[in-house]
Design a protein around this ligand. Structure first.
Ligand code: PMP
Ligand code: GLN
Length: 385
């Protein structure tokens, strides 16, 4: 080897393979029931597939416009106006993305530069920190502490400074299944008032809130909406996580910067799928019915774990359920889920994976987006632990 060869230096030296891939693989190898990675084990409706086939057969198989097909952007605008009372311009303020992950990554790449500080709330969804660090941004972590995982707004106030470029929020929250209140949003608005801080609001579970709670979108709050890029995903809403289609909305000024990166990142997203989603969104009952649909699953899963030694934390939204296992074992959570997967036959996610320093509060996450038969079988095994 010539000695002048430029050595390879990892841009993400501390990053391994995402926990979702690790646990799903282990579940498969062990033949375990997979309640780890968040995805449904039931299918979407045939009518959605028929619409995709229709648009493919009628020749809609070439590049869509960079921002997404117009009917889908119109459907997104109509939904947001109806639910949250905010009007986004279809041409300049809505972009269809290859899932929420790409939207989040592109938002960070477009707006965060070296030395910029980005506030995140830990436990934090695993894609946020690598996206920030790849841009040379500095991650500022706020703790959401067990068992209630409420944000500490005094700590946020103290963390905001002249270098704060962005705050990334996520409600309903993965993995804690907590939901922010209108008061939380008012605090966020108050603390960012008079600053140039951009809020990136990950609202992929916007339609999955329980017990009559109302999702507090940044789009409900004009002051926040004016500084926010709001991200959502059709994967969660229509049971099609594998299709990887989502969207981002925000004021023109932010969207212009977002699209500068988006056009060279993915350029555009699957055309027939976008057209089919536009048709499918026309029936609002499909997203409006999601909360009741998943609340039933949450209740079924929790009832199935009654009499087990797991201590269930509240689940106010998302399709996740956190559980403490103190009464079962004092193993680290990574070890515990490995044993659960191998010996008990149920895979879960160790919540320490959502902490930079691996903080282990002996809590695991189960996904209950599953058929009743799957949940019944899993609960039977988990009750025996
Ligand atoms: N954000 C959160 C909080 C998520 O839970 C997920 C996926 N489950 C995503 C973003 C990514 O969504 P997508 O699959 O559309 O990329
Ligand atoms: N967001 C999903 C979860 O939390 C997983 C998505 C992924 O595997 N990247 O389980």
């Amino acid at each position: 080897m010539p000695s002048y060869q430029h050595p390879l230096v990892s841009r993400l030296p501390r990053v391994g393979t995402t926990i979702f891939t690790v646990m799903s693989r282990m579940a498969q190898e062990c033949g375990a029931i997979n309640l780890s990675q968040g995805f449904p084990d039931f299918n979407a409706e045939d009518v959605l597939f028929e619409r995709v086939a229709h648009w493919m057969r009628t020749g809609n198989n070439q590049y869509a416009p960079m921002a997404g097909v117009a009917p889908l952007r119109e459907a997104i605008a109509a939904k947001i106006a109806a639910l949250y009372g905010m009007d986004y311009d279809v041409d300049s303020e809505i972009t269809v993305t290859a899932g929420a992950t790409q939207a989040l990554f592109t938002a960070v790449a477009a707006l965060v530069g070296p030395g910029d500080e980005v506030i995140v709330f830990e436990p934090v969804y695993d894609s946020y920190v690598p996206a920030i660090e790849l841009q040379g941004g500095k991650v500022v972590r706020m703790r959401l502490a067990a068992p209630d995982y409420r944000p500490d707004w005094d700590a946020v106030r103290a963390a905001i400074g002249p270098r704060t470029r962005m705050i990334m929020i996520n409600s309903p929250h993965n993995p804690t299944a907590t939901v922010w209140s209108a008061d939380d949003m008012n605090m966020l608005a108050a603390l960012t008032r008079g600053t140039g801080i951009v809020v990136v609001s990950d609202e992929v579970y916007e339609h999955i809130v329980f017990d009559g709670l109302v999702h507090q979108s940044c789009a409900c709050h004009p002051e926040l909406a004016a500084r926010s890029l709001i991200v959502s995903s059709f994967g969660k809403t229509y049971h099609i996580t594998g299709w990887k289609v989502g969207y981002v909305v925000g004021p023109r000024e932010l969207m212009t910067e977002f699209r500068k990166v988006h056009q060279f990142n993915v350029f555009t997203v699957n055309t027939p799928v976008q057209l089919a989603l536009a048709d499918y969104m026309g029936d609002a009952s499909r997203h409006l019915g999601l909360a009741a649909f998943y609340q039933e699953k949450r209740d079924f899963f929790r009832a199935g774990l009654e009499g087990s030694r797991f201590e269930l934390l509240p689940s106010a939204g998302t399709y996740f359920q956190l559980a403490r296992y103190r009464a079962i074992s004092d193993e680290p959570d990574v070890r515990f889920v490995e044993r659960l997967t191998r010996d008990i036959g149920v895979a879960a996610i160790p919540v320490s994976a959502f902490f930079d320093n691996g903080l282990d509060e002996r809590v695991v996450r189960f996904c209950f987006a599953k058929n009743e038969a799957t949940l019944t079988a899993a609960c039977e095994r988990l009750r025996a632990v």
